[in-house]
Design a binder for this molecule. Structure first.
Ligand code: SF4
Length: 375
């Protein structure tokens, strides 16, 4: 009978380095931690909301959203009771909208199964919708002091430099090993959550991405192997990054009277379930787009170009061409909204920022723009 192999046979040096780093890192963090609103207390719901918002999003962007969200949904019960469209409207501009849906669904399960509170363990948290290893680990360690890791790209970058590890950090085996090694150290600490948070903070304010680590101001510079080897600017190794797929789209600004047409996007795919302007595949000329509009039996009263914009998603890039039409009647199957409803009622992702501005102000329509990330 074969004996079971240990998961990590050569445990030793890396944990030793990390164990030596722990008091330095925790001491540095306690003196230098930024006073972020979700650090005011160890409330698991606040931590969950902040960690969900912070995925793929900068802290400066999240701050105003966090305060507003917590003011309207101060606990899981309030969030669970809110209509999905309202929650998505609160999320407008933050991008990656599936996070908001999952958060609301997680809140509903907290109400149904846990009396309106978050489950009190990593395993319980991990079973909620949208909570992956990272988010469940962050909440469980920060709120409950459970010795579980919270490893994201930020933490992997710090560790690949700290250990001078040239392996590709996008490989799941590398992440799994990092988790195990961190947890071996966390089990020896009184404050595992503080260690996790300190590691995150180090990645955000010292061990910065794109070859810009601030090693002279880093509490770990005496232990960091990449610093000793002079390789810190070359790490981490992110493997081969696939080029984004480029897609051409024609965005239609369809006015009828004072209203503009919107459509609810499909439940699957990019910007799923959100509102947007009607879109056609490909970069159509104004003439061809007008023909498409006329095919619904309406008269086109005016036609103008509405500018071009690029929007970058994680794996896809949209090159959008806008066409603006005024028709004598509404097109069937679309929602016609007043300009002020775009601000108050419908969550329009930032991909449509250029066209939304025109829909609000029908006098301006010749602009070009490059947009940020949205999902
Ligand atoms: S010494 Fe430099 S490379 Fe090493 S962990 Fe600190 S900031 Fe990162």
């Amino acid at each position: 009978m074969m004996s079971e192999k240990p998961e990590l046979p050569e445990i030793g040096e890396k944990e030793t380095g990390l164990a030596q780093a722990a008091p330095l890192l925790i001491g540095w963090f306690k003196k230098n931690a930024r006073p972020l609103p979700w650090r005011m207390d160890r409330d698991p719901y606040r931590i969950l909301v902040s960690e969900t918002m912070l995925q793929q999003t900068r802290i400066e962007t999240v701050l105003p959203y966090f305060e507003r969200f917590l003011s309207d949904y101060p606990d899981p019960a309030h969030l669970a009771a809110a209509p999905e469209d309202e929650v998505l409207k609160h999320w407008e501009g933050l991008g990656y909208y599936s996070r908001a849906r999952h958060l609301r669904e997680a809140a509903r399960q907290c109400v149904e199964k846990y009396g309106g509170k978050l489950p009190g363990s990593y395993a319980g948290l991990r079973a909620l919708p949208g909570l992956g290893e990272y988010t469940a680990g962050a909440v469980a360690s920060l709120a409950y002091g459970e010795p579980v890791s919270a490893v994201d790209g930020n933490v992997l970058r710090v560790l690949s430099r700290f250990w001078n590890d040239e392996r590709d950090i996008s490989r799941s085996a590398v992440k799994k090993e990092a988790r195990s090694r961190i947890e071996a150290v966390l089990r020896t600490l009184d404050e595992p959550g503080v260690f996790n948070e300190a590691l995150m903070e180090l990645g955000e304010v010292r061990c910065l991405p794109n070859g810009r680590p601030q090693c002279l101001r880093c509490p770990l510079n005496g232990l960091c192997l990449a610093r000793q080897a002079g390789t810190e600017a070359d790490l981490p190794n992110r493997g081969e990054i696939k080029p984004r797929r480029k897609e051409a789209k024609t965005v239609l600004l369809l006015f009828c009277g004072e209203k503009v047409a919107l459509e609810k996007r499909p439940d699957r795919g990019l910007l799923a379930g959100l509102y947007g302007f009607p879109m056609l595949d490909g970069a159509l000329s104004l003439f061809d787009a007008a023909e498409w509009v006329r095919s619904f039996g309406v008269r086109v009263l005016s036609a103008e170009p509405a500018g071009e914009a690029v929007h970058v998603f994680t794996h896809v890039e949209w090159a959008m061409r806008g066409c603006r039409f005024r028709t004598d009647r509404p097109l069937p199957g679309l929602i016609y909204a007043e300009a002020d409803e775009l601000a108050t009622k419908y969550a329009l992702p930032s991909a449509f920022r250029l066209y939304r501005a025109q829909a609000k102000d029908s006098g301006k329509d010749k602009q070009n723009g490059k947009m940020g990330s949205d999902q």
